[in-house]
Write a protein that binds this ligand. Structure first.
Ligand SMILES: *Cc1c(COP(=O)(O)O)cnc(C)c1O
Length: 546
């Protein structure tokens, strides 16, 4: 059986028709840069991430470069200042720092999670430290309460590399006042906080009360099934979100349930419903629609579906207080990549910056457009780093399906966690209540040496890679050479410890180096079949060191 590491062909085909339609719309429009498609995607993506601003740009590396460059232009940072960054990352994070003449200060990851070890950060802070740049690597949140504390204590900017984690959540403690209030009430995931203006609200309220008093037969049946924490979830009915009234909602996980009567077959109504669904989705809600007939004929099936979906949703439960915020809205700015293989991928290069800082947003918009805010007037020596209209239109289509795709990735990962069992292999630790979006599924191959007598010398991890390749399974190493071991940084001053005195002595980062030697990423994508997932598990479990 063939299990490609990632089939971009299949990923695109999942929404092929809509993607082609979007691309053709732009082709036929005669408008290819800085137009409506950019505007719409930027608005939708900002809404989704939960920030005030989104600036599309050419790629993820540029997005990160522009954030640091804008801070330099605004006088917040100066060349030579230090930025704390995980040593275990894709090199682009480091390139964005060095490109701006800033000094990366590499911090080791935790062995168990592979994300930056927040216990090691404080010791790395000096007079010249201006920022912590976290990377939500492999699709899992790297933010912690401790990092928030350190940013506050030392007045540091927090910059996020969100290239691998679109759609991932961090549970932010509400007690942290330094981080509160960002994004106003437009936060993607403060469920229940989206209300209409007061006149509109009163009108909606009257409608909602009237609906509650005179439920349809199906609504009555549904309510009898949902009410009183019947499913272990607290539902409300006829709840107002912006200027919509939703039939049922669980505010703990943002799950909306809608019942469609016959009139929903009306074409105009359908279009309205679809737009509403897309809007609610961007705001962080998950909507499930059932027809009255589905519910009345098969209530068991409907309830099973609600339970299955709810079991996959991030929830505010499991701890006092807190709210869920998307990665990319936590820090003062975030860089996002839409490289085709990312969870939200374009059909070419694309990237974006999200932020709530207007001044920063304006500077970045200019920097990515030759440094110009006004045609033929140049404030900065910028570059041409724009997002084109075709990619923006395609990304806007794919954004609608991102949460659904993530749930499929999470199902694959859950299966791997439940079924992979091989003493030679270690899976990263899963933390309670975390919401990993599994851009990648890294495993660590232990005892990473080959027995004597085996042809050639090498790493056991490489042997597993070859063994799986023989069984038709594609795997990739993320990443075989860590940034501090790359040729391009061999002479960089920051890559030499003064303690050891010198030239030629590079940094020693044993955990990062261990990951480079022992990590292997298994196939994971929203279009894997159950047979493929099982084949991967079987082959991984059968692998022996002999
Ligand atoms: C992909 C990636 C980038 C760079 O994005 P591009 O769009 O490829 O330039 C930056 N950081 C991380 C962690 C990435 O995975």
């Amino acid at each position: 059986m063939n299990v490609p590491f990632l089939s971009l062909h299949d990923v695109t085909a999942m929404h092929g028709e809509e993607i082609r339609e979007a691309a053709c719309r732009v082709i036929d429009s005669g408008w290819y840069l800085q137009g409506k498609e950019n505007e719409l995607f930027e608005q939708h993506y900002a809404e989704y991430i939960g920030t005030k601003y989104c600036i599309g740009c050419a790629n993820g590396l540029d997005a990160l470069i522009w954030i640091f460059r804008a801070y330099i232009e605004l006088g917040v940072m100066q060349p030579g200042d230090e930025v704390i960054v995980p040593a275990n990352t894709y090199i682009a994070t480091i390139l964005a720092i060095t490109e701006n003449g800033l000094k990366p200060v590499l911090v080791e990851p935790r062995r168990e999670t592979l994300e930056i070890d927040d216990c090691l950060i404080e010791a790395a802070i000096t007079e010249r430290t201006k920022a912590i740049c976290i990377v939500h690597l492999y699709g899992r949140n790297a933010m912690t309460d401790k990092i928030a504390e350190l940013c506050k204590k030392y007045n540091l900017k927090l910059i996020e590399d969100n290239a691998q984690a679109h759609g991932c959540y961090w549970k932010q403690p509400t007690s942290d006042s330094s981080l509160k209030g960002r994004g106003g009430d437009n936060f993607a995931s403060v469920w229940g906080a989206h209300t209409a203006d007061s006149t509109q609200y009163n009108l909606l309220k009257q409608n909602a009360i009237a609906n509650r008093k005179a439920p349809t037969e199906a609504e009555e049946v549904m309510w009898s099934l949902l009410k009183g924490n019947n499913l272990g979830l607290h539902f409300r009915r006829q709840h107002i979100i912006l200027d919509y009234i939703v039939d049922f909602i669980c505010l703990d996980n943002g799950l909306v349930i809608e019942l469609d009567g016959g009139y929903h077959n009306d074409l105009q109504q359908k279009e309205y419903d679809n737009q509403r669904t897309a809007h609610l989705q961007r705001l962080g809600y998950t909507e499930l629609r059932f027809t009255n007939e589905e519910l009345l004929c098969n209530p068991d099936v409907v309830i099973a579906r609600i339970k299955a979906v709810a079991s996959q949703l991030p929830s505010l439960q499991g701890g006092v207080g807190g709210r869920l915020v998307h990665t990319g809205s936590i820090g003062s700015a975030a860089g996002h990549s839409f490289y085709p293989g990312k969870n939200l991928g374009a059909l070419g290069d694309a990237g974006a910056v999200t932020t709530n800082d207007l001044e920063l947003a304006v500077a970045i918009r200019a920097l990515a457009n030759y440094g110009s805010q006004k045609k033929y007037v140049f404030k900065y020596t910028g570059r041409n780093s724009r997002l084109d209209e075709i990619q923006a239109a395609i990304l806007d289509v794919k954004l609608k399906y991102l949460d659904e795709d993530i749930r499929k990735r999470q199902e694959v990962a859950a299966y791997y966690y439940d079924h992979i069992s091989n003493p030679l292999i270690e899976l990263p630790e899963r933390l309670p209540n975390e919401n990993n979006v599994y851009h990648l599924f890294p495993i660590i191959v232990k005892n990473n040496t080959l027995p004597l007598g085996r042809a050639g010398v090498g790493l056991l991890r490489d042997a597993l890679h070859d063994y799986l390749a023989d069984k038709g399974i594609g795997t990739v190493i993320h990443y075989p050479i860590p940034p501090h071991k790359q040729e391009c940084y061999q002479h960089a001053a920051w890559n030499h410890t003064s303690l050891l005195g010198g030239a030629g002595v590079g940094l020693s980062l044993p955990i990062t180096e261990m990951i480079a030697d022992c990590e292997l990423s298994l196939p994971i994508s929203p279009c894997m079949t159950q047979e493929q997932i099982e084949h991967v598990v079987k082959c991984v479990n059968d692998f022996r060191n002999e």
